[in-house]
Design a protein around this ligand. Structure first.
Ligand code: GDP
Ligand code: MG
Length: 167
């Protein structure tokens, strides 16, 4: 089944110059990149993205982490991977959330770490299921930034211009 997954190269991944490595690893999946951009992550976007983690003791640090405040890199690279079993394939290559427990050959196992202050620096984000992927892709991308039709859209008028938005 064709699926789509949001992938974010997190600020630690960018700081460690891992973009090329990560893209090369993900290209093994033969999935297609159907959207890509650099994003300066606002607090609002960060908190919306991680809203399911709101009650965790590390939530505040997590928001700072994804905003790049811990790595002096205030950006992430956001992409949508698309193709057969995209979610499972990307998650498999990414490895477990805890980078010290992740398979050593996975991306997180190869490049991630837990800092002495307890932050999971795990290099990338990848959607875990189709509902999460839909929520995340609609949060990070406008319809016109994606080169395939993934979800229904509608037309609306913004500042006298017609714009396509998620319906
Ligand atoms: P993911 O889907 O594998 O990214 O994991 P989750 O959705 O469970 O968590 C989102 C992010 O929160 C992870 O990628 C980590 O950056 C962070 N995180 C999750 N669990 C922990 C934890 O136990 N401690 C810390 N410090 N960070 C965590
Ligand atoms: Mg998750």
């Amino acid at each position: 089944m064709n699926q789509q997954a949001l992938v974010l190269i997190k600020p630690d991944g960018l700081k460690k110059s891992l973009t090329g490595n990560i893209l090369a690893r993900l290209s093994e999946t033969k999935l297609e990149i159907v959207a890509a951009k650099m994003v300066r992550v606002t607090k609002e976007l960060a908190e919306e993205h991680y809203k399911h983690m709101k009650d965790k003791p590390f939530f505040k640090e997590l928001i700072k982490y994804i905003q790049g405040e811990l790595h002096d890199r205030r950006k992430v690279m956001a992409m949508v991977y698309w193709g057969k079993d995209a979610i499972e394939k990307v998650r498999e290559l990414a490895g477990s959330t805890n980078p010290e427990e992740a398979e050593s050959t996975s991306i997180r196992g190869s490049f991630g770490r837990i800092t002495t202050s307890g932050i999971y620096e795990n290099v990338l984000h990848a959607s875990t299921d189709t509902e999460e992927a839909e929520r995340e892709i609609k949060l990070w991308f406008d319809p016109d930034e994606i080169i395939v039709e993934l979800y229904p859209t509608k037309k609306t008028i913004v500042d006298k211009h017609e714009k396509r938005v998620w319906s």
